[in-house]
Design a protein around this ligand. Structure first.
Ligand SMILES: CC(C)(COP(=O)(O)OP(=O)(O)OC[C@H]1O[C@@H](n2cnc3c(N)ncnc32)[C@H](O)[C@@H]1OP(=O)(O)O)[C@@H](O)C(=O)NCCC(=O)NCCS
Length: 151
């Protein structure tokens, strides 16, 4: 998407937690975000995302999540925060909690390789993605992409 720009807040510390937020802008106007934050209960990184209703179904949330997963799993941008915030918080797994009726989110999570875990309440499901699975999927999709001239 030519007019989509993704802007990172960098890691921000607040009280006893930390987060990394990406904002999506279309034509210099904010249209959505994805945020990774430390979940002290689950001892891992949890992700939330939302896109303005009028801008949905154009791949914005997918682009935000792809960029965020690279930052967490490949660039290690949350590693230092997890170490500073508490013992045993892992950056080798991220989780999403998704309402059972939220078909677009469940579709995106599955597309990105998240696995369905236990229902985390009567109306939502936890999805989980390990760093190992993420890197394996990434390797597979890179090996499938056509080589460009000069490779
Ligand atoms: C979930 C949400 C972030 C998705 O944003 P988005 O930018 O529209 O997402 P994308 O365009 O990247 O992907 C949406 C996918 O759902 C699919 N989809 C949308 N509505 C659908 C429906 N009713 N049935 C089946 N699939 C549907 C789209 O076709 C697309 O799939 P594709 O990538 O295979 O084409 C957005 O709907 C939203 O903000 N919802 C409210 C907040 C929320 O639920 N956040 C998630 C909590 S983790």
């Amino acid at each position: 998407m030519e007019n989509l720009r993704i802007i990172s807040s960098g890691v921000k510390y607040e009280f006893d937690t930390a987060s990394l937020t990406l904002r999506a802008d279309m034509f210099q106007t904010p249209v959505g975000y994805a945020k990774a934050h430390i979940d002290k209960w689950q001892k891992c990184v949890a992700i939330d995302t939302a896109v303005l209703p009028e801008c949905r179904n154009q791949g914005i949330a997918s682009s935000l999540l792809e960029t965020l997963l690279e930052k967490v799993f490949v660039d290690g941008e949350m590693d230092e925060a997890c170490q500073r915030i508490g013992t045993g918080i892992e950056t080798n797994r991220v989780v999403l909690s998704i309402g059972l009726s939220n078909i677009p989110s469940r579709k995106i999570a599955t597309k990105m390789g998240f696995k369905e875990m236990e229902p985390d309440s009567h109306d939502s499901m936890e999805y989980s993605l390990t760093k190992e699975d993420y890197l394996n999927n990434r390797k597979k999709s890179q090996s499938k992409s056509p080589k460009t001239l000069g490779d």
